[in-house]
Design a protein around this ligand. Structure first.
Ligand SMILES: [Zn+2]
Length: 315
């Protein structure tokens, strides 16, 4: 048995993972299940049962853990341990830390927004061992961001700092963003946006049927990537455009913050090879002096960065 294991819960919009981690953020064992978005108490109960089960398998109880970290796809007040608002489910004002503390007989429960948790996980267990000033960017279904400066997460007055996905990048032909505004980075370069552009490309291209017959990929960001790496000009252009928009936003961020590194996480970031040349080209033009020379890295925490991030919340 590892002394002082950490409990980690990553509640996502579609799936939830519970896990036990050691002091280095290594996940010892995990359980994955569907998120129930209707009733928060039902879902929290499943999370609690799942974590208890893991503890039993490792000959301990939740009260014997060093603490429990919980990452949420929501605006959170980490000081009070409260979920403020979760767009994916409509949950509001839930005392998450208090609920789990009572249910699991464990007073040390920490709560954080998932993107911030990823950045904290990276800081504690990943590239943060080398870089103390970095911008974290999740490019997935949506786009999220977090700012780490001098080894500290910048949260801002209302815990809204680092809302990178809502920097405005398109004024002439802006698309509507899920946040209600227009021209946001998320509306132009997220996995959803790339998938939509891919769909439009296939519909407007008379050879689309042939393309899809030859390559039966899904009509989403992943399918677009697969065609792009095969040299399809239209698919490559979609990634070039997404890279351009990311470049515009990153240029603004590095001009403001001058980070050492930009660290990417999320499924679409696995296509950094397709995105980076255009991001670099924009930075060359729009970033001031050396600010554009920030190192680009893919997260050291892998695909389930938010689970390691949840573990990182426990001091
Ligand atoms: Zn937006």
């Amino acid at each position: 048995m590892v002394i002082s294991m950490i409990g980690a819960i990553d509640i996502g919009g579609t799936k939830t993972i519970t896990g036990l981690a050691d002091q280095n953020g290594q996940i010892l064992e995990q359980i994955k299940f569907e998120s129930c978005t209707e009733n928060w108490e039902t879902h929290f109960e499943r999370c609690a049962e799942s974590l208890s089960k893991l503890c039993k398998r490792h000959q301990t109880e939740t009260s014997g853990l060093k603490g429990i970290g919980i990452s949420l796809p929501a605006m959170t007040d980490s000081e009070k341990g409260i979920l403020v608002y979760a767009p994916f489910s409509g949950w509001r004002d839930i005392p998450v830390a208090e609920w789990f503390a009572r249910r699991l007989n464990q007073p040390a429960v920490y709560v954080e927004n998932d993107v911030n948790a990823c950045a904290l996980g990276e800081l504690k267990f990943g590239h943060g061992r080398t870089y103390k000033d970095f911008l974290w960017i999740t490019v997935s279904t949506g786009i999220g961001g977090a700012v780490v400066a001098d080894a500290r997460l910048i949260t801002g007055w209302h815990h809204l700092a680092g809302e990178f996905g809502h920097l405005k990048v398109e004024r002439v032909h802006p698309r509507r963003c899920p946040c209600g505004q227009e021209g946001c980075l998320e509306a132009h370069a997220s996995g959803t946006a790339i998938g939509k552009a891919f769909q439009e490309y296939l519909l407007s291209n008379p050879e689309a049927e042939q393309i899809l017959k030859a390559h039966p990929y899904p009509v989403d960001a992943y399918g677009c990537r697969m065609l792009a790496v095969k040299g399809d000009k239209g698919a490559m252009e979609i990634y070039r455009q997404a890279g351009r928009y990311l470049g515009i936003a990153i240029a603004q961020a590095v001009n403001l913050l001058n980070p050492q590194a930009v660290i990417f996480g999320g499924g679409v970031s696995a296509s950094l090879d397709l995105l980076e040349p255009e991001i670099r080209r924009v930075l060359e033009k729009e970033a001031v002096h050396q600010a554009g020379r920030a190192v680009f890295l893919y997260t050291a925490l892998g695909y389930e960065a938010a689970l390691a991030g949840a573990a990182a919340l426990v001091p």
